[in-house]
Unconditional design. Structure first.
Length: 222
C-alpha cells in the first residue's frame, strides 16, 4: 500500500472489490469444502501451502496474509460497531465470523462463530462453518464434532454431510464413515447440485479402503 492515509470510505470501496476477488480465489484453492449456508460448488484439490500465490483479476497478485487481515478488519468494522449496541445478535456475530473465515482468519472466525452459537446453538449452518474453520486449523476431531452437532439439529443438512465426509476421509482415513455420510447426503437430498462430485469423491475414497483408519490421507490427485 503506497497511501496509508486513505479514508475509510476510499479503502472500503477498493477493499470490497479486492476481497471479492480474494474470496473467489480462496474458494478455488481452498479444496472441496462447502460453507454451511452456501450452495454446493465443485472445486479443485487443495493447493500446497508453499505454492506460488495465484494472480487476481487483471493480473494483480493476491494480497498477503497481513493484507487480507487488514481487509477483513476493515470489512468487519461497521459490523463490530453495530455489535456494540446489539451484543447478543447471533446473526451479526455469525456475519462477522464469515468475514474472517473468507479471508482465512480462522481463529477469529471460530471465536465469533462460537459466540453466535452460545446464543443460537441450533444454527446448523454456523456449526458447519465452525467445523470447517476448525479443520483448516488442523482440528479434525473438533470439526467432526461440530458437523455431528449440526446434524443433530438438521439431520439431512447437505453441506454438513458433505464436509463430514471430507474430514472423515482426509482427516481420519475413515473411508466407511466418509462414504456413509455421502450416501446419506445423496439419499436425503436427491436434487443435490454436486451429486456427480459426491459420487466421484466416494469412488476416490474407496481406493483408500485398505488404509488403516486414523492415517491422514494423501492429497487428492490433480
Amino acid at each position: 500500500m503506497t497511501d496509508t492515509n486513505k479514508t475509510a470510505d476510499q479503502w472500503t470501496s477498493v477493499q470490497a472489490y479486492t476481497l471479492a476477488v480474494v474470496c473467489l480465489l480462496i474458494g478455488i484453492a481452498g479444496g472441496w469444502f462447502i460453507r454451511g449456508s452456501q450452495a454446493p460448488v465443485a472445486s479443485g484439490p487443495v493447493e500446497s501451502a508453499n505454492a506460488t500465490a495465484p494472480s487476481g483479476m487483471g493480473g494483480q497478485p493476491v494480497p498477503s496474509p497481513a493484507q487480507m487481515k487488514q481487509m477483513a478488519d476493515t470489512q468487519a468494522a461497521p459490523l463490530l460497531e453495530k455489535l456494540k449496541s446489539d451484543a447478543n445478535n447471533a446473526g451479526l456475530l455469525a456475519e462477522i465470523g464469515n468475514v474472517y473465515y473468507d479471508t482465512h482468519q480462522y481463529p477469529t472466525a471460530i471465536d465469533y462463530y462460537g459466540r453466535a452459537l452460545k446464543i443460537a446453538p441450533e444454527n446448523a449452518s454456523v456449526r458447519t462453518d465452525l467445523g470447517t474453520a476448525m479443520w483448516y486449523l488442523g482440528n479434525a476431531d473438533g470439526a467432526i464434532e461440530q458437523f455431528n452437532q449440526a446434524l443433530k439439529y438438521e439431520p439431512n443438512k447437505a453441506n454438513a454431510l458433505f464436509n463430514l465426509g471430507i474430514v472423515k476421509w482426509q482427516g481420519k482415513m475413515d473411508v466407511d464413515g466418509a462414504v456413509a455420510a455421502w450416501q446419506k447426503l445423496l439419499a436425503t437430498n436427491p436434487n443435490y447440485e454436486a451429486k456427480d462430485k459426491v459420487e466421484q469423491l466416494m469412488a476416490q475414497a474407496k481406493k483408500h479402503s485398505n488404509v488403516k483408519p486414523g492415517t491422514p490421507a494423501k492429497p487428492l490427485p490433480e
